[in-house]
Write a protein that binds this ligand. Structure first.
Ligand code: AMP
Length: 223
C-alpha cells in the first residue's frame, strides 16, 4: 500500500505515519527526518539542506527528488510505504507519479490532514522530538510518560529549531504557496481522502483506519 500524507506542518502527519507504519509494517519515509539525520551526521547533503530548513524554506528539488525516488527502490518498500513531507510541490508530485508510472505503479491513497492555523500554532509550540530515534510528542496532548524523555529510547527530547514561532509562520506561508496546490493535484487523480486532524488522536486513527480498511492487501494488519 503506497500512501502519501498531505497537510500543513504540524497537522500530525508524522505521528499518524508512525501509527500506520507500525500497523501495516511498511516504512515511514519522512524527508524532514532524512534531512535532519544527514544534518546530524554532518553529511554534505545535511549541510546544504540546513540553510533552507533554518529559514523554513523548501530544500531545492534537485537535492530532494532523486533522494526520495532512490529510497523507494529499497527492499523494505516492496510492500509499500508512507510518504510524509514528500511531495511538497507540484514538480515533486509529478516526478513521483512519473517514476511510479514507469513501473506500472501508482499511489493508492493521498490523505489530506485538514487543520486550522490556530491549532497548528498551538501544536507546533508544544511539539518535542527525540533527536535520536525521531519519535514525536506534544506537551499539549501527547506527552511522553516521563517529562522531557523519549518513551522509546530514553533520550532527552528537544524542540526543533524550525518549530520556533518565526520559522513556523514562514513554513506555513511556504505550505500555502507551494504545497497546498498539490492537494488538488492528488484529488484529481484519486478519491478524496481527508481527515479532520484537529480531532483527538484516537478519532483521527479511526478515520484513517476507515479510509484504509480493505486496502491492506499484502500488508500485515493486526486488526
Ligand atoms: P518536515 O519535518 O517535513 O516539517 O520538514 C522540515 C524541513 O525540511 C522543511 O521545512 C524543508 O526545509 C525540508 N523539507 C522536508 N521535506 C521536503 C521536501 N519534500 N522538499 C523540500 N524541502 C523539504
Amino acid at each position: 500500500m503506497k500512501i502519501v500524507l498531505l497537510g500543513a506542518p504540524g497537522a500530525g502527519k508524522g505521528t499518524h505515519a508512525q501509527y500506520l507504519s507500525d500497523k501495516y509494517e511498511i516504512p515511514h519515509i519522512s524527508t524532514g527526518d532524512i534531512f535532519r539525520a544527514n544534518l546530524k551526521n554532518g553529511t554534505p547533503l545535511g549541510l546544504k539542506a540546513k540553510a533552507y530548513m533554518d529559514r523554513g524554506e523548501l530544500v531545492p528539488d534537485e537535492l530532494t527528488v532523486d533522494l526520495v525516488l532512490d529510497r523507494l527502490t529499497q527492499d523494505d518498500c516492496k510492500k509499500g510505504y508512507i510518504l510524509d513531507g514528500f511531495p511538497r510541490n507540484l514538480l515533486q508530485a509529478e516526478a513521483l507519479t512519473k517514476a511510479l508510472a514507469e513501473k506500472g505503479e501508482s499511489i493508492d491513497h493521498a490523505i489530506h490532514f485538514e487543520i486550522d492555523e490556530a491549532t497548528i500554532l498551538k501544536r507546533m509550540s508544544g511539539r518535542r522530538v527525540c533527536p535520536v530515534c525521531g519519535a514525536s510528542y506534544n506537551i499539549n496532548g501527547l506527552p511522553p510518560k516521563k517529562e522531557g524523555i523519549c518513551d522509546r529510547c530514553g533520550n532527552e527530547l528537544i524542540q526543533r529549531e524550525d518549530d520556533k514561532p518565526e520559522t513556523v509562520l514562514k513554513r506555513l506561508e511556504v505550505y500555502e504557496k507551494h504545497t497546498a496546490p498539490i492537494v488538488k493535484y492528488y484529488h484529481s487523480l484519486h478519491e478524496e481522502d481527508r481527515v479532520d486532524s484537529s480531532r483527538p488522536l484516537g478519532e483521527v486513527r479511526e478515520a484513517l483506519d476507515a479510509i484504509l480498511k480493505g486496502d491492506a492487501d499484502g500488508c500485515h494488519s493486526e486488526n
